[in-house]
Design a protein around this ligand. Sequence first.
Ligand SMILES: NC(=O)c1ccc[n+]([C@@H]2O[C@H](COP(=O)([O-])OP(=O)(O)OC[C@H]3O[C@@H](n4cnc5c(N)ncnc54)[C@H](OP(=O)(O)O)[C@@H]3O)[C@@H](O)[C@H]2O)c1
Length: 351
Amino acid sequence: MVASRIPVAILGATGAVGQRFVQLLWNHPWFEITGLAASDRSTGQPYRDACNWVIPGDPPPELGDMIVSPIEPSLTARIVFSALPAAVASEAEPAFARRGYTVCSNASTYRCAPDVPLIIPELNADHLALIDVQRRQRSWSGMIVTSPNCTTTGIAIPLKALDTAFGVRKVFVTSMQAISGAGYPGIPSLDILDNVVPYVGGEEEKIEKELTLLLGQMAAGQRRPAPFVVSAHANRVPVLDGHTVCMSLGFTDPPSVEDAMAALSGFSGPDIVKQLPSAPELPIVLRTEVDRPQPRRDRDAQGGMAVTVGRIRTCPLLDLRLVSVVHNTLRGAASGAILNAELLIAAGYIR
Ligand SMILES: NC(=O)c1ccc[n+]([C@@H]2O[C@H](COP(=O)([O-])OP(=O)(O)OC[C@H]3O[C@@H](n4cnc5c(N)ncnc54)[C@H](OP(=O)(O)O)[C@@H]3O)[C@@H](O)[C@H]2O)c1
């Protein structure tokens, strides 16, 4: 599908998500890393010196000599993958889009802007139509396309499967979020070891808003949020990678446990997504053991691209209960943004 590999750069390449981008984009069939950018702390240094590599495996040796650039729209790349803090993304991402770059962002800054697509390809590839609105309104030759919050992703994928089949009315969720979700160096060990922190700044609001956008419908060039109500509790727990979410769901047409399991295990994205290099065979892996999913055992399902769902049972408060696990820095961050970039190519937005 791609005649020659497209040059791409990573903004925030030294961070927890940036390292995942480096790992995943190295040897990607459609993309070639031509730039690594980070803060003043890192610029001017070879990547191997600037980056404290904290994920499994080693950084590609060939990239070790690449000099880290500042976050300026003069990089030799057509796509930039943004793993910047939200406050930094606020000015940097529009500056890149204005100069013609496609920005595939993991930052929260523009996720809820009415003219910015918030995409999980299997759920709402049609929301890419907002790119035309964005370009008209902002006169950018490039664009910003965003990926959801990592916890939102682990809820949205099973929720979409159930919403399509039975109509979701109410969503009550409690997250148990891994420490890598707070980046590097993240949370002090004295705060998180032997502990649960019942607060993750901004997370509950993001989950509640982003779910309604992701499952919203496009009508007359606008995104109409889904009408269901969401209540979220976010907790940080001493797990390295993988966010776990317990959910209770209310439906317009409440399903039996068997029907819900059939809808979840049969869920797949549109054909355009199935062919993408990073697409998993199954976006949802269903486990039937009484004690699954678990982050350590299930976060890497389908290369970290599948959400694992289990413990599906009736709920005395709403209609149905279940548990999901998502890999927060893979499907919930870097791999999700790469899948978005692949979709942009397949859908003809990047030529
Ligand atoms: N971690 C997750 O699971 C996850 C999931 C989904 C979305 N996200 C989002 O992804 C983004 C990155 O998260 P992370 O966990 O990778 O954070 P992180 O580990 O703290 O990394 C932040 C990166 O941004 C760079 N940076 C920081 N301040 C900067 C500045 N003033 N100017 C330019 N660059 C700057 C850092 O460069 P230096 O090393 O040079 O300081 C580093 O490369 C955030 O917006 C986060 O909310 C994270």
